[in-house]
Design a protein around this ligand. Structure first.
Ligand code: SAH
Length: 349
């Protein structure tokens, strides 16, 4: 490893900040040796704040009905071959009940955009919080006006995940139809934070049109926005989308970026995502070793899992399944980490 990359990594570890050009250099001049040096520092930074704890979240895919038409996504509205579904409040609560018994204390409700109306959603959030008072509720349901977010927060939701997808305006337009806007996505993120949600942003690695320059912009965005959470995973094509024949993103770069994100913001709740686990059999372990501290096993009913296909080959069994949390515990223990049954809120330091 040459001196200049070592210095960049040391500087990032100490100051939690680099310039746009330095982020780009850190990405472009990476080597296997630099990646392992960086990962070691990232794991130690995580350890310093969260110790050996791994936080788990039960992911409930509440609906694949979607009003948006993101070019990369398998549940986009113009994918006519997608069989649409929506879980009832009763089904969602029964997922939570099953998850609670398995040791989950955070439930993540994710779904397509504007499938379920806000009043119904608020009712569901209230019911979950009433039945499981020691649990956190995370929502990942896309873009809404300020008032809708506010209502969901007042209903008791604790966290909101809304990946920014890319912090580069031109790249954003390439990934989305003309009626979607970078400005609105960013407005949503600011609103969520202001309302008081533990807010998460994030992006795909290797999405069509992504460059070192756009990734450097993403990293600078995470540095300045200072989110509680950040979700990143490799882009994986879905055959029934305009990006169906594009190449999947790199697992190696995803791991490297996880480490950079940990050093940018040591308190981040940083998941080793399903997309990473889909491309890499031991993706959960490797993600942790690179600096991640969260896993989100799937808690959706089996029928929903099959239909919630954001990309081809999306894993929902084995280590990706909430029912196999015992195996997840063992595998984390094997790398010196401990799956804990707590809400797993972001640390404030
Ligand atoms: N409607 C919600 C949830 C979207 S699905 C929202 O807009 O936030 C959650 C995430 O899956 C997306 O934010 C996107 O980053 C990721 N995703 C979608 N399609 C993907 C693909 N083909 N490959 C990898 N990740 C994908």
């Amino acid at each position: 490893m040459n001196n200049s990359i070592r210095e960049l990594i040391d500087q990032l570890e100490q100051t939690h900040s680099l310039t746009h050009t330095e982020y780009a250099e850190l990405i472009d001049s990476r080597t296997a040796e630099a990646a392992s040096y960086l990962a070691g520092k990232a794991r130690r930074a995580c350890q310093g704040i969260y110790g050996d704890a791994v936080y788990i979240r039960g992911l409930i895919e509440v609906s694949n009905i979607c009003a948006n038409d993101c070019l990369y996504c398998g549940i986009r509205r113009s994918n006519a071959s997608c069989q649409r579904y929506q879980l009832t409040a009763k089904q969602i609560l029964s997922c939570c009940q099953e998850g609670y018994a398995l040791g989950f204390r955070t439930f993540v409700l994710q779904g397509g955009e504007r499938g379920i109306d806000i009043d119904t959603l608020c009712g569901i959030v209230r019911s979950i919080k009433k039945m499981f008072g020691d649990c956190a509720v995370t929502l990942s349901l896309g873009e809404y006006p300020y008032e809708a977010y506010r209502a969901l927060f007042e209903a008791g939701a604790d966290r909101y995940l809304l990946r920014h997808e890319t912090a580069d305006r031109t790249h954003y337009q390439l990934l989305h139809p003309p009626e979607m806007s970078y400005d609105n996505r960013m407005r949503c993120l600011r609103d969520l934070k202001e309302i008081g949600f533990q807010t998460g942003c994030g992006f795909m690695v290797g999405s069509p049109g992504q460059t070192t320059d756009t990734i450097a912009t993403d990293l600078k965005f995470v540095e300045t926005f200072a989110p509680a959470m950040c979700g990143i995973g490799p882009f994986i094509p879905h055959a029934d989308t305009p990006f169906g024949t594009k190449q999947a993103g790199s697992v190696e770069l995803t791991l490297y970026l996880l480490s950079i994100l940990r050093l940018i913001r040591p308190t981040l709740l940083l998941p080793a995502t399903t997309a990473l686990g889909t491309l890499l059999p031991n993706g959960r372990e490797q993600g942790m070793m690179a600096g991640a501290n969260v896993v989100m096993p799937n808690l959706s009913p089996p029928e929903a899992r099959k239909k919630y296909t954001l990309y081809n080959g999306k894993k929902h069994s084995g280590m990706e399944s909430a029912q196999h949390v015992a195996e997840l515990r063992q595998r984390m223990a094997a790398i010196g980490l401990r799956v804990v049954a707590s809400r797993g809120d972001a640390a404030s330091v």
